[in-house]
Design a binder for this molecule. Sequence first.
Ligand code: A2P
Length: 272
Amino acid sequence: MNILNETFTLNTGAPIPKVGFGTWQIPNGDEAYNSTALALKNGYRHIDTALVYGNEASVGQAIRDSGIARDELFVTTKLPAEIKSADEVFAAFETSMERLGLEYVDLYLIHAPWPWAERGADYRKENGEVWTQMEAIYNTGRAKAIGVSNFVVSDLEALFETAEVIPAVNQIRYFIGNTQEDTVALSKEKGILVQAYSPLATGALLDNPQITAIAEKYGKSVSQISLRFVLQNGLLPLPKSTNEGRIKQNADLDFEISADDMDYLNSLELSI
Ligand code: A2P
């Protein structure tokens, strides 16, 4: 079966395609438009963007031009990490919706628990207030699910203290050698689907000798092994590529890594 037709189920009950197309670092304009169009042409039905990527306009245009029924697509965007004031949340959401040119998104995420320039700073109180606004957006029906990104255990635990809606998703940086086990375990325990961004470590895994050896054994590429690894750990990978051959290859995942090889890959410690 084609992985692009398989789905996980969110805690809202909605299906979500098991592989999404990531668009981080794809510039707005022709590159974002063409790569999103290529992904859709090749069967991807799940597209991930963010206000801060700056490419929502081209991504949205490609989605609208595809002619694919809106209810067959799953579109995610994100509230900028810098927005930690409740009264700015709705305006940021409106900006994303205007740029995308869509009536609704399937998933809206808090991009990070802290502004990027203050990585690790304590914004737990503000995140609780922002989350209340995310819940209000969810209640309008214009975001069919809400979630978080880059949240670790302490961020999640703080959120649970005041949240009325449990996040549907936690999207984290995740790849072989970087598996954030505590965060994944807590998320799963709470019924939160974990998505893996940078599943190829933005390309850094591609020449890794240990993964290359496994890839040769299966007759697959390092990218395919890295994406299967994510799926077999129960996470949803968001590979990014601007090249049609690689876009196709990243969805050609109809094989199984053995339990022994998964143990080995899960035990790898890579300095990336
Ligand atoms: P390109 O866009 O030229 O294909 P990540 O998903 O972890 O962010 O990694 C994305 C990086 O990996 C990009 O540089 C992308 O380059 C590259 N990439 C994506 N898929 C493949 C693939 N199947 N084989 C080789 N490189 C890939």
